[in-house]
Design a protein around this ligand. Sequence first.
Ligand code: ASP
Length: 300
Amino acid sequence: MTTIAPSLIVHGGAWDIPDEHVEAHIAGCRQAAEVGWKLLCDGASALDAIEAAVRVMEDDPTYDAGRGSNLNAAGQVELDALIMDGATLGAGSVAAVQRVANPISLARLVMEKSEHVLLVADGAEQFAREHGVPICQPQDLLVGRELERWKALQADPTWRTPQAFKAASDTVGAVARDVHGNIAAATSTGGTSKKLPGRVGDSPLIGCGAYANTCTAGVSATGWGESLMKVVFSKLVCDKVEQGLTAQQAIEAGVRVLAQRVGGLGGGIIIDREGRIGFAYNTPRMARAYIVKGDIVSDV
Ligand code: ASP
């Protein structure tokens, strides 16, 4: 079998990442990219690489994913995650889980060990228990920084608007193309801060928070979920590649549609079928790291 050069890109979320958090966001993205890249270079599948990279960022309390996530209006962490295999178009996702620290791995189990694509809340946690996934207590995922922010937001009448959560949300995601040319994409999030309990955003929805098709591209999105869903952002960007755009052109076109059609905010990362990497966003920042000729490039 021919082997081809692998590609990898990760993101650590859109929005106005405050200056004092920039270093931590870059460091976490770099660490995740290094872990995923080593796996890819050792011949691992794109799926294994992105799952491992996303787990690194879920474990890092810097991000709005796993431990450290934003709190909903009731002061609870509710996590969403999606993983997709571009070789088979298989996908697995979970939403509104409160007792699983690495929802991306639970999403992968949904893809591989169930006949379903999306499990939510108690049902997803029951499935986790049945498959030996470690169960934690909701407070294990809560960090002081988010509790303080939640308390401050109680007095903020603008909390239902993107302006209220733009300084907070830092979803994570990864896209890879492995030595066999297969593309996979993943996204994991605690969602937007002070969301209503039970609110599910774009992240766990196939085609919205992520999409992967080895014949076109893989995309992971971040930003205002209610706008990303309306344009089915990740699939829209993959379709642009099918129409002949490069990775960079496609993600830029997707962000334009997001902004012009629904006044949306956000962006994403992409790898196309040629292994080309792209990223674009219309928020002030989006943390990311990717590999160019074996070296890591990172920025916000
Ligand atoms: N897209 C995520 C959501 O709406 C949040 C984010 O990416 O910042 O749940």
